[in-house]
Design a protein around this ligand. Structure first.
Ligand SMILES: Nc1ncnc2c1ncn2[C@@H]1O[C@H](COP(=O)(O)OP(=O)(O)OP(=O)(O)O)[C@@H](O)[C@H]1O
Length: 283
């Protein structure tokens, strides 16, 4: 369990964090959403001990020997070394096993190939993120903190990183804290969300609750969506094989059922939850 209580931090006259409290339980994925400059990285630096808060308290309750593994800003890797040697160095620094079998296990845990011998400078951003996570997972931490982990990844990279994060929470029972300024990514994998603005938590709750409270439109993907009669009753914006429909979370199941009975082949339905809605929700 990771708890931050009433944390505040100023840089000269700039208040970067203002009485922020946050809590993540083992096996839980918690998202920190906020615009640029909201204070997310400052909070993560404080939680990981990189900088000190002016006031407040951090409580780390974990039976594991290492309490936190983290990637702040971007994974710090030796680009001229291969994945194996990077892991060997970082495992050595942390006093962890650095024999070939252990390093192979770290690579497998994050879904990286074990046979790549070229420098990690050649790796895609997604592979570098995975290697950074493997290094953060050395010594089996109770909590994993990832600052903007989806930044710069393509949709496939985002989806596969989400799968990895979900499996680390579910099977390794790690408490995971992620940040992003994009609601779409965090709402797909987080059990709960904290919304930050100007150094303060302005809204929070389970993702399920926030979606049901703030969603007023959905994007529905279907090959023959233009043929739908049912959609004429709704306010819509059509794209190619896609429509954005104004409807709330109580109406969406009924609408999807009607579309199916009309023969519309729905392939995806994505809630449009914007950061602005979540911020304005309590302002
Ligand atoms: N070392 C520093 N000295 C002075 N001001 C700082 C320092 N670090 C951060 N700040 C300021 O504190 C505020 C919060 O910054 P922080 O980096 O925590 O935000 P963020 O939510 O992580 O933003 P981003 O998404 O852009 O990384 C910003 O106004 C930033 O300019």
């Amino acid at each position: 369990m990771l708890i931050g209580k009433n944390l505040s931090k100023s840089y000269r006259s700039k208040i970067a964090l203002d009485n922020v409290s946050i809590q993540v339980a083992p096996g839980e994925i918690c998202g920190l959403l906020g615009r640029n400059g909201a204070g997310k990285t400052t909070l993560f630096k404080i939680l990981t001990g990189l900088i000190r808060a002016d006031s407040g308290e951090i409580i780390l309750q974990s039976p594991r020997s290492k309490s936190i593994g983290a990637i702040i800003e971007r994974p710090g890797l030796y680009n001229y070394l291969n994945a194996y040697d990077n892991l060997k160095i970082f495992a050595g620094i942390q006093g962890a096993k650095a024999d070939p079998d252990s390093i192979r296990d770290y690579l497998l845990k994050v879904g990286l190939p074990t046979d790549r011998k070229d420098p990690v400078g050649n790796f895609s951003l997604g592979m570098k993120q995975r290697l950074g996570i493997a290094i953060a997972l050395v010594n089996n931490p109770g909590c994993l903190i990832l600052d903007e982990p989806f930044s710069g990844l393509d949709p496939f990279g985002v989806a596969s990183l989400i799968d990895l994060i979900l499996s680390l929470a579910q099977y390794e029972k790690i408490a995971i804290l992620l940040s992003s300024h994009l609601t779409s990514e965090l709402s797909r994998c987080c059990h709960s969300l904290y919304i930050m603005d100007n150094g303060k938590i302005v809204n929070s709750g389970t993702t399920k609750h926030l979606i049901s409270k703030y969603i007023y439109s959905y994007s529905i993907l279907a090959n023959n969506i233009e043929s739908s009669e049912v959609l004429r009753k709704y306010q819509t914006v059509f794209g190619v094989n896609e429509v954005k429909v104004v409807c709330n979370s109580g109406e969406i199941t009924g609408l999807l059922n009607e579309l199916l009975s009309e023969g519309v082949q729905v392939t995806a339905c994505i809630p449009d939850l914007t950061l602005e809605q979540l911020i304005k929700g309590t302002l």
